[in-house]
Design a protein around this ligand. Structure first.
Ligand SMILES: [Mg+2]
Ligand SMILES: [Zn+2]
Length: 196
C-alpha cells in the first residue's frame, strides 16, 4: 500500500458538467486542471477518476457509450502528459443517503476503497477532489484528505456548524489552479480534522 493517489471526480471537476452526456463532442475540460495534475503526477501521485453514472441505470446511455467517453477523456489527458491509472463508476440510480441500494455511489467510499486495494494505494496519503459534498464525504469516509472545487460557491453555502465532519472538505477553493501547491504543502502539516 505504498502508492499515493489523487482520486478525482469527472463531471464538474475535470470537465464541464453536461448532465448525462456521453457525446465526446460535448466534453470540455476545465483548462486549469492540466498543470496541477502534471505537477502532482511528477511528485509521484497516481490519478484515478471516481464517478457516479446513474444514467446507466436510468437507461440514458449504455456502459459501452460511457466507456467510450472515458477513453476519450483519458486520451485527451494523455495528450497533455497526464496518465490516468484507472477509473471507476457507479451505474446505479439512487440518491438515498440513508438507505442506499448500492454500496458504491458517492457519498459511499466503496469505489475509492476498491481502487486502493487494486492498486496498493495508501489512503492516508491520498486525496479526493470533487465539486460537490458527495465527493467530499466519499473521500473522507475512505480515509483520504479532500478538496472541494466549488467554482460557483454553491456547495460551501450548504456547509454550516451543524454539518457533520464527514461532509467537510480539508480544503475548499474556487478553482483548480493551486491544487498541486495545496496538496504538497498540506502534506506534512496536518490532517483534515486538525485543520477544521
Ligand atoms: Mg461532479
Ligand atoms: Zn452503485
Amino acid at each position: 500500500m505504498n502508492n499515493k493517489c489523487v482520486f478525482i471526480d469527472k463531471d464538474g471537476t475535470l470537465i464541464h458538467d453536461v448532465p448525462y452526456n456521453v457525446n465526446t463532442d460535448l466534453i470540455l475540460f476545465y483548462e486549469d486542471i492540466f498543470e496541477p495534475l502534471q505537477n502532482l503526477q511528477d511528485e509521484g501521485y497516481k490519478i484515478i477518476i471516481i464517478s457516479n453514472q446513474s444514467g446507466i441505470e436510468k437507461g440514458l446511455f449504455t456502459e459501452s457509450e460511457l466507456k467510450n467517453a472515458f477513453n476519450h477523456i483519458i486520451q485527451q489527458l494523455k495528450n497533455k502528459g497526464i496518465e490516468i491509472l484507472d477509473y471507476a463508476y457507479c451505474p446505479h440510480d439512487t440518491d438515498n443517503y440513508l438507505n442506499p441500494t448500492c454500496q458504491c455511489r458517492k457519498p459511499q467510499p466503496k469505489m475509492i476503497l476498491d481502487m486502493a486495494l487494486k492498486h496498493q494505494i495508501n489512503l492516508k496519503e491520498s486525496w479526493m477532489i470533487g465539486d460537490i459534498i458527495a465527493d467530499i464525504a466519499a473521500g473522507n469516509r475512505a480515509g483520504c484528505q479532500t478538496i472541494l472545487i466549488d467554482r460557483h460557491a454553491t456547495e460551501v453555502a450548504k456547509l454550516s456548524k451543524e454539518t457533520p465532519a464527514i461532509e467537510r472538505p480539508t480544503i475548499s477553493i474556487r478553482d483548480f489552479k493551486n491544487v498541486d501547491d495545496l496538496i504538497l504543502s498540506t502534506l506534512k502539516q496536518s490532517t483534515w480534522s486538525e485543520i477544521l
